[in-house]
Design a binder for this molecule. Sequence first.
Ligand SMILES: Cc1ncc(COP(=O)(O)O)c(C=O)c1O
Length: 405
Amino acid sequence: MAATADTLDVRGEFPVLERADLVYLDSGATSQKPRAVIEAMDDFTRHHNASVHRGVYPLAVEATDRFEAARSRAAAWLNAPARGTVFTKNASEAINLVAYAWGLDHVGEGDTIVVTEMEHHSNVVSWQLLARRVGATLAYVPIDDDGRLVLDELDRLLERGPKLVAVAHVSNVLGTINPVAEIVARARAAGAVTLVDGAQAVPQIPVDVGAIGADFYVWTAHKAYGPTGLGVLHGRPELLESMSPFLGGGHMIASVDEQTSTWADIPAKFEAGTSPIAEAVGMGAAVAWLQGIGMERVRAHEQDLVAYALERLAEIPGITLHGPRDPRDRGAVVSFALDYAHPHDVSEIVARRGVCVRAGHHCAQPLMRRLGVPATTRASFAVHNDRSDVDALVTALHDVHEVFG
Ligand SMILES: Cc1ncc(COP(=O)(O)O)c(C=O)c1O
């Protein structure tokens, strides 16, 4: 039986939600943390803290075991090899790692990098920096008026023989779930390397990195009920092995002499310096916690909530809802515009009822230009939300209509 919006009774597991009248609808920006994650990090810091991979004394072995167990758990969860699972600072750094460590050696003068109109700046600016250095250009797969990628245009761009295709799995503004396995297959057939930005997808839908088949898949722990400070790059091991390091420092070398060095095996080659150890442990706890719920249930819950939100929001006068109309084709994000109020005013007024939504360009300015708006208001949902949170948003939006409408 499909789970419905009110079946995941987990709100009580989030300490911050004990604050009275808090309707947190900004998990797309960063998720709240369940007690299991907070306690795992606290336990690690109190009882097991040491630098990893260096010491042979028991405390260091315990720390290393816990750190590596988090890597293995995340990799197994998403069906990716642990050897190809690299820890970074966040999703942005994971994309930059690929842009520098792979891109500088493989992208050159006159080459094309294909991205889409719905990318987060992380998946645009990182490639612009590379393109500027090497003399390449970015080309954009457009979206249609329903907020979906126009795949015929992707095919036209693939005829140019791009070096790389980089695409979001789930849009952080439109919510669109992109057919990434199909896009990766087409790009690979055209000889392009592929990167999928799974920052929004991993906390929202079941993800099978192996089945998607991308060369690189990135995500970020803080949007997936884990801590800030830890991003994840799943790379195809052969590709990672062939790449130069991104950052130099301790831990990433095999040997160092006065003029040259050789590199450690992957993933260590890409993890210079002391790692975010407690953060990795927290990420592992977040993954275990999500596994306990089951991503199919998370998805069913949030899809139902988004369907309910789309239905209820339609009753607000003068509202434009962005993104696919069909909730089956979108993740847990709903962006909208009111034709009489700026998104910043909207978010300020709904905040008076404790409703936390994000207003702005959502780090997606090319998409804002495509939509013809400077900004949108975005409500994003998580496992702890239920229909009463949608009702609270709708009530608060009626306030906005009273003030500005
Ligand atoms: C789709 C998408 N990609 C990338 C990012 C960047 O994530 P981070 O801030 O962890 O680098 C975000 C964050 O908003 C996002 O929504």
